[in-house]
Design a protein around this ligand. Sequence first.
Ligand SMILES: Cc1cc2nc3c(=O)[nH]c(=O)nc-3n(C[C@H](O)[C@H](O)[C@H](O)COP(=O)(O)OP(=O)(O)OC[C@H]3O[C@@H](n4cnc5c(N)ncnc54)[C@H](O)[C@@H]3O)c2cc1C
Length: 438
Amino acid sequence: MRLLRIDQDLARDSYYAATAPRQEAYAPLHGDVEADVAIVGGGLAGLSAALELVQHGLDVRLLEASQVGGGASGRNGGQAIHGLACDNSTVEGQLGLADARRLWDMSLEALDLIRQRCAGHGIDAEWQDGFLGLSTKPSKTRELRAWADRLERDYHYPLQWIGPEHVQDWIASPRFHAGIHDPRSGHLHPLKYCLGLARAAAAAGATLHEGSAVHQMEAAADGTQRLRTSTGSVRARQVLLAGNVYLQALAPELAPALADRVMPVGTYIVCTEPLDPERLRALIPSRSAVCDTNFVLDYFRPTADHRLLYGGRVSYSMVTPRDLMQSMQARLVRTFPQLADVGMSHAWGGFVDISINRAPDFGRLGAQRNVYYLQGFSGHGLALTGLAGKVVAEAMRGDAARFDCFGKLRHRPFPGGTLMRTPALVLGMAYYRLRDLL
Ligand SMILES: Cc1cc2nc3c(=O)[nH]c(=O)nc-3n(C[C@H](O)[C@H](O)[C@H](O)COP(=O)(O)OP(=O)(O)OC[C@H]3O[C@@H](n4cnc5c(N)ncnc54)[C@H](O)[C@@H]3O)c2cc1C
């Protein structure tokens, strides 16, 4: 419950909520109904699955505790980037190169899927091509170069290399040393995208319910599952749990087996007042999304209405940094000292569901293996959730090859149980933070 309280506060002043008015509301569930598939969670993962399933003729009910896009999906950094949150070497170490390549290729498909869905369903989500990954010092440049070389050699994915002599052509900041550019990745307004996806799923025939927190799931003798809210229930042959970190906070008994495998970690964003378009363009002439390559990374991008949206900081203890707007502004000004005179309009944040190895955690539960789950996007889920929804829908329709490829990734619980895992994580992360600084 503490997480939900903090999360509500963090959601209050989001730039996205202020610029994407909600035109639709979806009525809460009332009474007892049946469906082929019941989905818990109206973020990008749940909505993507709902759209795919209903397009293939299945009867779908999606249950969302608050509002669609009210979680991470509607207030993230808006960066849709190739790959997974973990490095390819983590996947290769567990699955071998061939399957690591399959997952990499699916991460690229996830980027194309966003473009296709925006075009196919008339979603104006302000998509902009381009991603810059930038190193902050020579040792990080060497790591980035080695990674880019491996990507080209083993994954046949060449990126444009930006050497130290050219980095200032790409970004007007003293902080960066070198980088890569990927035109296939990009950025968008995530809440507009999320609301558009919800509209598309509903128009295709999925029934969405907001204000419908699921608090119980019971298996019947015939293998069906009944999901209960305070005002009704859905009996379904198959279930998808796509509740992110909120699932354990709202209904810990729904899937206790998943509880220790992801941890909520806070991340924060600030947004400037609109800038003169030329001033903004001078900062990032390609208009790309940007991330540095530090473990605790800064991420930023220009918006369609000429603001700079700047994310960073983390809280492993869930406590919101004091003076959020000012502390985020200081971070922004460290990167762009020339913006010291610019006012900030919004500051907000949310929680990401990190897994211990940062790899996505997909699988099935229950005696009948008909309760699917998607979690562990580890702060890299904007694009991947869309693909995850697609592959889970394939699995529910009988072709589990792609879903099971993700499902082969092994996951360990965070050590220390629910009480001690936070201090243990804080200590572990302090080590990586130190490495960023040295
Ligand atoms: C501040 C921030 C910045 C980020 N930046 C980026 C970025 O730039 N790029 C990127 O790739 N990723 C980013 N991420 C991560 C990305 O947003 C997530 O990985 C992704 O949105 C997860 O989608 P989801 O559908 O799994 O979860 P969510 O969007 O959180 O949706 C889960 C939903 O499930 C509902 N729910 C949970 N339990 C229940 C229940 N029992 N009954 C009914 N409903 C329930 C919740 O209310 C919630 O709406 C960021 C995240 C945050 C918080």
